[in-house]
Design a protein around this ligand. Structure first.
Ligand code: DC
Length: 228
């Protein structure tokens, strides 16, 4: 029996995590954000002083580091808790430093192999899982029951990030955020291994001008059709 997976891929800030979590809650599936794993390896490399350009050392770190993504252990607005070798690094993963280096780390083929293996194991539990990332429908679970590709214009995604930061009381510069969004898109789309793209059989949803609850309802309807 193939694992029951709903794959949600798309560029940064396209709404994958908000939509993925809501869909998982509605269907009583596990919600799993694979971006957190790439961020965890990046954060671990920065914390240990491993140069991000040292592909062999970063790859070895990805192979040796034990990453757990578990239900929230603290009620502080987090979607999940991330443990790296048992240390809670959940909020460190959102730092601008990790943002700036994670695309480079996630372009290393050896890092991707190590994390892809761990992601496939998550779906072996028998419970349905909504897995969110860049390559879930194309590489990690090409046999996923339903594949969604969430898209939005760079301007709309930058605006969402900007609002998010402002709501958390952080200062934010829209133009800078927009430039960072474009930069990350370019790296994620052009890398040789598992580049960001929609699987041929993915359903593409353009979220520009749509409310989150509309997108969530659309995905849940598709899931109910496919799983019936
Ligand atoms: O979704 P996010 O912003 O947390 O992802 C962080 C980075 O990890 C992003 O630059 C692309 C990369 N990533 C990836 O290459 N493959 C995935 N399945 C998930 C994330």
């Amino acid at each position: 029996m193939p694992p029951l997976v709903i794959a949600i891929d798309g560029p940064a800030a396209s709404g994958k995590s908000t939509v993925g979590e809501a869909v998982a809650r509605e269907l009583n599936y596990l919600y799993f954000d694979t971006g957190a794993m790439y961020r965890a390896v990046t954060q671990a490399a920065l914390a240990r002083g491993i140069p991000i350009d040292d592909e062999a050392a970063v790859t070895a770190l990805a192979e040796q580091t034990h990453i757990d993504v578990i239900p929230p252990t603290v009620d502080d607005g987090r979607q999940y808790t991330v443990l790296v070798d048992d240390e809670d690094v959940t909020w460190q993963l959102r730092s601008p430093e990790v943002d700036a280096h994670v695309s480079r780390v996630s372009a290393y083929p050896g890092v991707r192999t190590a994390l892809t293996q761990q992601q496939r194991r998550v779906a072996q539990s028998g419970r349905g899982v909504v897995m969110v990332g860049r390559d879930i429908g194309t590489v990690v679970f090409p046999e996923a029951r339903l594949k969604i590709y969430l898209d939005a214009s760079p301007e709309e995604r930058a605006r969402r990030r900007y609002e998010e930061l402002r709501q958390r009381g952080r200062s934010a510069d829209y133009e800078q955020i927009l430039a960072a969004v474009r930069e990350r898109d370019a790296v994620d789309r052009s890398r040789a291994t598992a580049p960001l793209r929609a699987a041929p059989d993915a359903i593409v949803i353009d979220t520009d001008g749509k409310r989150v609850d509309e997108v969530v309802a659309e995905v849940i309807n598709l899931a109910r059709e496919r799983l019936a």
